[in-house]
Design a protein around this ligand. Sequence first.
Ligand SMILES: Cc1cc2nc3c(=O)[nH]c(=O)nc-3n(C[C@H](O)[C@H](O)[C@H](O)COP(=O)(O)OP(=O)(O)OC[C@H]3O[C@@H](n4cnc5c(N)ncnc54)[C@H](O)[C@@H]3O)c2cc1C
Length: 483
Amino acid sequence: MIRTGQQYLDGIRDDREIWIDGERVKDATKHPAFAPIINIRARMYDMQHEEKHQDTLTYLNGNERNSMFMKPPTTQQDWWDKWRGVDNVMKDIGGVVTRVGDETIGEMWSLFDGRDVLNEIDPRFAENIDNHIKAVLNDDIFHVSANTDPKGDRSRRPQDQDPDMMVHVVKETDAGIILRGAKYETAAAYADQAFLKPTVANWTDDKLSDYAVGCIVKMNAKGVKHICRSSFAGRGSVEDYPLGNRFDEVDTLMVLDDVLIPWEDVFFYRHTKAATYIRSTLHRYSAFPYVLRILYVADMLIGAALWNVKQTGLDQHQGVREKLADLVCYREGINAHLVASIAQAEKSPGGLLMPNQSLLYAGRVHACSNLAQMMHIARELCGGQICVTPNVAQFRNADTSGWLNKFYSLNDNWQAEDRRKLLAFARDLLNSDYAGHRLTFVQFAQAPHFNHLNAVYHSFDFSGPLDFVRKAAGLSEQVAGGR
Ligand SMILES: Cc1cc2nc3c(=O)[nH]c(=O)nc-3n(C[C@H](O)[C@H](O)[C@H](O)COP(=O)(O)OP(=O)(O)OC[C@H]3O[C@@H](n4cnc5c(N)ncnc54)[C@H](O)[C@@H]3O)c2cc1C
């Protein structure tokens, strides 16, 4: 089934414990910090029911209509369809949001791929994986990702400090396991559930650990506390900060204060081999939508910079065009990795079709690690006016509007209001607190840079370059099998 926006809103109106700015939130759907992003998520649910969007956002699964985003991919067309769906959504909402479900569901497909491995390690939980994959599809669940713990002092084992620095099992009962700890999670406060698993960790030679646990956590479960960072919505007017006011995806420190996880929601428990396996395959699907989002960010950079130089007439300069071309190379680099990862997609161990791993992970490094530099090129092209322009209230004030209209009107095509709007957009994209936050999100939200490089190292087939150089340099045959 596919849910409506109203069904989603009703689903998160429960007694979940949410805190923000020192205040307990009674109903997130009505709270100014959360309402804008929740309305976008609700809009996505509603779009699935609209004739205009139904074919791009849903598909017929037997007699049931399901979300295109939640469809386990088995063909290249599935990936093109998902891309088309994302394109539809981003154009409809007029901005970029990341944690809206489609880019976290891939973690569940990785789990599905690992079913046989997990089954071998501990057969108790294999059925739970199948059931949850079905439930996400059937119930159109908004899923988020819980990987990262506060971790504390990394030079010490979790057991040798406050043990809650990493999520762990404190007790087993007939009903399930009891979890303690905390995770950083974007969008958790307004999601249905999270797939929780250990963060990147060094398990040394321990075979069993209370910290090796993977499960579903319901966001309204007793003992789950959402302690949120301040929102960017409401900081200044929407006219002055058009992105932060509409698209901020509030992050949560999700505290697990002795939370009961029923056995049917447990995927692996105690076996460090299972935890290591899951971590190593976690992003094999979800990296695709993560990188795809950055393609839209790149388009915003190009659009903001080009409109600006069109307004000011600077687009005629060769030097300016070269900077725009640098932005285009960045954008097309992302595009090329995504397209190629579909064109050379690979069969997964579970029989699904995963984007070509080496190309996808290399594309993630390209998109994430170059973003700061690209933002700076766009900032430079926009010029200093993005940070010195007075706010909308000054443009509307009778005593100052005359001056501002005079100095912000450029020619017959470009009057002050459009100039003000573009500068406000560019400021929120490149210079604001929200802009810095989004840059940090891209650098960290799907693990930090070293982890992205590690994924490239493990997915690239080094035998090609090794063989090429062995032959070109005339190395002996026997080195082929050596270290
Ligand atoms: C905006 C935002 C949203 C987020 N959303 C989510 C979410 O939805 N779900 C989720 O689970 N997590 C989320 N995270 C958390 C994110 O996954 C972590 O920030 C990330 O895993 C890094 O962990 P850390 O912040 O504790 O950094 P640290 O572990 O302290 O690492 C800091 C730096 O130390 C270096 N470093 C650390 N360990 C190593 C190593 N082994 N080898 C080499 N260098 C190393 C690297 O330079 C690294 O960048 C989010 C983070 C941000 C900033």
